[in-house]
Design a protein around this ligand. Structure first.
Ligand SMILES: O=P(O)(O)OC[C@H]1O[C@H](OP(=O)(O)OP(=O)(O)O)[C@H](O)[C@@H]1O
Ligand SMILES: NC(=O)CC[C@H](N)C(=O)O
Ligand SMILES: [Mg+2]
Length: 484
């Protein structure tokens, strides 16, 4: 998962982009990049690591201009190296810089076509470089006169939709022209548009992965970028939009609500926090059905993401809620770290058990999800070492049994602790006395209740992929080329 942001303003955007990326840091901690445009000239700074450590004051001084984009990366495709840090750049037509959240699923076909037919050289194995080159190529084909009109841009996006499969929420700056935002025809990855009035009375715009960026800087939430839609904002702040895809269906990624997004964001009109409370309530009912709740002395969350669900679960069952694990806030999110060894070590460094909350008690630990089982296994050991009598475990998401191919790095079946195990077997592996997973239908209801949304991408839990293009052969290819 990555975080993306774009600003078009009547004043310099460098600081706003930096501050926006700090707010999106939970979406990617491998690397980061900022690019701005002043007239026809681009200025770019790209670095490994997190936002705070990546940029120096002197970098910020070079990032001049009133249009800009930023990215925080958590690699899902290609390598996790400096060559793949976003934004990516092509010099023709016009000069384009692009950032992307998502993961393309027909990368092999596209790479081949781009080389054979379009004669384009790709210098990395990043799917973002591919996406940019398809856009550049389609733009080149759509231009007839000297002028770049919004129709030409939207035609190019329409053609891109026909060629590219998978998930993409993307932002691009076209030199001397403005900011382009587009989203795949299923709206798998999020993208929201905000507007406020600038000091000179002109509209200022922001497009970002999560709404908290908009609210933090005093923008009104205008709307989501619709699935398949493209929005173009020129350098004077004039906004134009068009539906560029012939068939669209909103099917956002359910894992955003489970884990990725911050709870204070609203995505597709749905409050992430509310969905997590709903998940807690549904899970409580399942716990009640599956075990004698008088056996539970206390409910505890695995910080951070599980807090709202655990709190609501305890409330629903009228059980005491306690915080028994404390988190070192300076260690990043474990799940999105590259490499299993780093992840294992980090769980230990990150959490500490407060013994007096565990001694002699039967505890029900609640996490948002169990993916590889790295966190749950170590945490259950810690709870026992801290004196817990029995350790029950409940997951606010159903068992993750299938690879996620749309931008969350869990591509191999072998890695997923529940991929070929029953709930009882997973329970044994993680060492719990009892394990309860949320039901798939309950997760769907928890996210969609009271909304118009009729579809979600639930592929990690069901194996049904909304783009319908994921073959076993492709999964085997991913497994062979995975990022650890
Ligand atoms: O089964 P696993 O492979 O261990 O993955 C699942 C865990 O990883 C995530 O936590 P993370 O530390 O990334 O972030 P958080 O602090 O937001 O909960 C998630 O919240 C689970 O706790
Ligand atoms: N998590 C993401 O959205 C990653 C974007 C892109 N696939 C990359 O690997 O860089
Ligand atoms: Mg967690």
């Amino acid at each position: 998962m990555c975080g993306i942001v774009g600003h078009v303003s009547s004043s310099p955007v460098n600081q706003q982009i930096y501050d926006s990326l700090l707010l999106l840091q939970h979406r990617g901690q491998d690397s980061t990049g900022i690019a701005t445009a002043a007239g026809d000239t681009f200025h770019t700074v790209k670095r490994s690591g997190q936002v705070r450590e990546a940029y120096r004051t002197r970098d910020m001084r070079t990032l001049i201009g009133n249009v800009g984009i930023g990215h925080v990366r958590y690699a899902t495709s290609g390598a996790s190296t400096e060559d793949e840090v976003q934004p990516f750049y092509v010099n023709a037509p016009y000069g384009i810089l692009l950032v992307h959240n998502g993961n393309l699923t027909n990368t092999r076909e596209l790479t081949d076509e781009l080389f054979r037919v379009d004669r384009r050289h790709l210098n990395s194995s990043s799917d973002t470089e591919l996406l940019l080159n398809v856009l550049a190529n389609e733009l080149q084909q759509s231009i007839s006169g000297a002028d770049l009109t919004t129709d030409v841009i939207f035609d190019a996006v329409a053609n891109l939709h026909k060629r590219v499969e998978g998930s993409y929420a993307a932002l691009a700056i076209i030199a001397g022209h403005g900011l382009l935002a587009f989203r795949d025809p299923f709206g798998i990855r999020p993208l929201v548009l905000g507007r406020r009035m600038g000091e000179d009375g002109r509209d200022e715009w922001v497009v970002a992965s999560e709404s908290l960026v908009l609210t933090a800087f005093g923008y009104d939430v205008e709307r989501e970028v619709a699935p398949g839609e493209a929005i173009f904002i020129d350098t004077t702040g004039k906004m134009t939009s068009r539906q560029c895809a012939t068939e669209t269906r909103l099917a956002p990624c359910s894992f955003e609500y489970v884990y990725l997004a911050r709870p204070d964001s609203v995505m597709n009109g749905i409050s992430v926090y509310d969905t997590r409370l709903n998940m807690g309530e549904k899970l409580a009912r399942k716990v009640e059905r599956e075990m004698d709740i008088s056996e539970i002395d206390v409910v505890m969350p695995i910080p951070d993401s599980a807090r709202p669900s655990a709190m609501q679960l305890a409330h629903t069952l009228d059980l005491p809620y306690r915080e028994g694990f404390y988190k070192n806030r300076y260690v990043g999110r474990t799940f999105i770290m590259p490499g299993q060894e780093v992840r294992k070590k980090s769980v230990r460094q990150k959490l500490n058990a407060l013994e007096r909350e565990f001694e002699g008690k039967n505890v029900l630990l609640v996490d948002d999800s169990i993916v590889r089982g790295t966190t749950s296994k170590q945490i259950i050991d810690m709870a026992r070492a801290a004196g817990a009598k029995k350790v029950f475990f409940a997951s606010a998401a159903p068992a993750v049994r299938y690879p996620h191919v749309y931008g969350i790095n869990m591509p191999t079946r072998a890695e997923l602790v529940a991929s070929s195990r029953t709930t009882e077997e997973v329970c044994k592996v993680i060492g719990a006395d009892k394990l309860i997973f949320q039901d798939v239908d309950d997760l769907f209801d928890a996210i969609t209740v009271g909304t118009d949304l009729t579809e979600l991408d639930m592929s990690p839990f069901t194996g049904e992929y909304v783009t319908g293009t994921v073959s076993d052969e492709y999964l085997a290819y991913l497994e062979a080329n995975r990022i650890s």
